[in-house]
Design a protein around this ligand. Structure first.
Ligand code: HEC
Ligand code: HEC
Ligand code: HEC
Length: 132
């Protein structure tokens, strides 16, 4: 009896062990605070990013390294370069949010505005992304 139970539970435990990390990765934080791009730049207060507001988009529209399965990593894990030349470096923290590519906040909002589609803010302050 014990043995039979073991052989029933073993595969179950294996399935759980494999799928749990996947389930946890699918947990999407609702709101995320994106802190200023450098300590030397306090002029730009933190931006609050909301997944809910962007629910009509595909995950990979922003998570450009995500191929449909597996974990979704934060942008800042890769875009961590806070060097003074950050504005021109596509791997920089600044560029991830402002680069002229449709995966960045500004890039997508701006491109959609040009196409006359529904879009998010394109200004820095005053009804833009950074509160002031
Ligand atoms: C409009 C862009 C956008 C869309 C669409 C989007 N995300 Fe995100 N997501 C972000 C940003 C920005 C962050 C914060 C990254 C950071 O802090 O570096 C984030 C963070 C996350 C995180 C946390 C990662 C971590 O390790 O902190 C998960 C998980 C995640 N998103 C999953 C999803 C899933 C699943 C979808 C699709 C259902 C999705 N996201 C759609 C932009 C987006
Ligand atoms: C696993 C590492 C990794 C993660 C996570 C990642 N990126 Fe990137 N990103 C890269 C690499 C490498 C490049 C340069 C090559 C490329 O374009 O794919 C890049 C390029 C970019 C570019 C410039 C694209 C261009 O055409 O010039 C932007 C903007 C960008 N990422 C934004 C983001 C945002 C926003 C997130 C999170 C939602 C994110 N990245 C998550 C590695 C990453
Ligand atoms: C791939 C396209 C895309 C990307 C990338 C994107 N957005 Fe948006 N964003 C939109 C669209 C479309 C809307 C309008 C959605 C709506 O109002 O229903 C929007 C709306 C917004 C709004 C307005 C919310 C409101 O309540 O009116 C804010 C703030 C915003 N985005 C911030 C961000 C930030 C911060 C990032 C980057 C971390 C980002 N977005 C990245 C497409 C994008």
């Amino acid at each position: 009896m014990r043995k039979t139970l073991f052989y029933i539970l073993l595969p179950l435990a294996l399935v759980l062990a494999v799928s749990l990390p996947g389930l946890m990765a699918a947990e999407v934080p609702c709101e995320i605070e994106i802190a200023p791009d450098s300590d030397a730049n306090p002029l730009f207060p933190s931006v609050t990013f909301s997944h809910d507001v962007h629910a009509d988009l595909q995950c990979a529209d922003c998570h450009h390294m995500f191929e449909g399965s597996g974990t979704i990593d934060s942008c800042r894990m890769c875009h961590m370069d806070r060097d003074p030349d950050y504005r021109t470096d596509s791997m920089s923290y600044y560029f991830a949010w402002h680069g002229r590519s449709e995966v960045s906040c500004f890039g997508c909002h701006y491109a959609k505005k040009n196409r006359k589609e529904e879009h998010g803010p394109i200004k820095c302050f005053n009804s833009g992304c950074h509160p002031k």
